[in-house]
Design a protein around this ligand. Structure first.
Ligand code: FES
Length: 333
């Protein structure tokens, strides 16, 4: 039986009594194995490109680490894997940078995962009219107040701030409690709008230009990746759902609205939302139009507790139907 190893471009005879790691080392390949082959570091990870049927089942130790890191089935630990026939593998930790990433993922307990979440995309607009040469202390103070309040509100509604890019921010809700995700995100959005209205009162008193806040909220599968080696809990969000939330946020400009939510979010909260305006928009020139919902910024805060009671089966299937419709529309985007 033979092992073909990438990126080494090497094929060699394998000893069936050895693990893949032992075979690689015997063939002169310097494959990472920081913990010495004890299923404790994951640096020996390999991707099985061909011949997965020739890989023996996971040892209990490999299973434990794979569960801890959410490793997909085609990623195996070379130090624990024995083979019964030809396999082709991709070595995944080949240099010191890979090694650092693997160790960071081990600390974060994840190589990244997909979870359902409500995504709130926020953009503070109008700040470019401030005088950059003589940026006044009052403005710095006032904008500082916005960011402080944003952090406080996101925390209050159990969200996680995942990124800031200038005056654009992204936060996730419902990571621990998905059935509350839509409520928490919309609550935060409404509270942020009230906070910016207060901010504008201050700016008016100071005779400075006012700002406006635009928000987009969507619920759907979201890819989370740990990004900060110093803080394993810190994640960044990626994927189509994030794109939808960001698109909703920017669509406010065209609709002259402030808070746009997607159909899945609306379905979850419809009985608590008053004065919602429905619009039909195309995410791109060739896409089908989809319904988006503009929430009136004067909407009263949603009830704090149990606003989203356990959904009935009919509601759940309606919700998922809508989500599917959305994903279908977005796949053509
Ligand atoms: S060498 Fe550490 S897990 Fe395989």
């Amino acid at each position: 039986m033979r092992i073909t190893s990438s990126p080494d471009n090497l094929t060699f005879e394998a000893n069936p009594f050895y693990t893949v790691l032992e075979n690689l080392l015997a063939a002169g390949v310097r494959h990472a194995h920081a913990c010495g082959g004890n299923a404790a570091c994951s640096t020996c990870r390999i991707m099985i490109l061909q011949g997965s049927e020739h890989c023996r089942s996971m040892t209990p130790a490999e299973k434990k680490l794979a569960e801890r890191l959410d490793l997909p089935v085609h990623i195996r630990l070379a130090c624990q894997t024995r083979i019964t026939g030809d396999v082709a593998i991709q070595r995944l930790v080949v240099d010191s940078e890979d090694l650092e990433v693997a160790q960071h993922q081990l600390r974060a307990h994840s190589i990244g995962k997909q979870v359902p979440a409500a995504i709130l995309s926020a953009s503070l607009r109008g700040t470019s009219t401030f005088d950059e040469d003589h940026f006044p202390y009052d403005i710095v103070y006032t904008l500082g107040r916005y960011f402080t309040q944003m952090g406080t509100l996101i925390q209050r509604y159990r969200g996680v701030l995942t990124s800031h890019n200038g005056f654009k921010s992204l936060a996730l809700f419902g990571l621990k409690n998905p059935e509350q995700a839509a409520r928490q995100a919309v609550q935060t959005g409404l509270a942020l709008l009230r906070s910016v209205a207060d901010l504008n009162t201050t700016l008016r008193e100071l005779s400075y230009p006012q700002v406006s806040l635009t928000l987009g909220i969507h619920y759907g599968p979201t890819i989370l990746l740990p990004v900060d080696p110093q803080d394993p809990e810190r994640v960044s969000a990626f994927g189509r759902s994030v794109n939808v939330a960001t698109w909703l946020e920017s669509a406010n400009v065209e609709l002259n609205s402030q808070l746009l939510i997607s159909a899945p979010v609306y379905q979850a909260l419809r009985e608590h939302l008053a004065h919602v305006q429905v619009h039909s928009l195309k995410p791109s020139p060739n896409a089908h139009p989809i319904r988006v919902y503009a929430v009136d910024p004067r909407q009263a805060p949603l009830p704090e507790e149990n606003v989203t009671p356990a959904l009935t089966d009919a509601q759940v299937s309606g919700w998922w139907e809508t989500l599917r419709e959305w994903l279908g529309a977005w796949s053509r985007f």
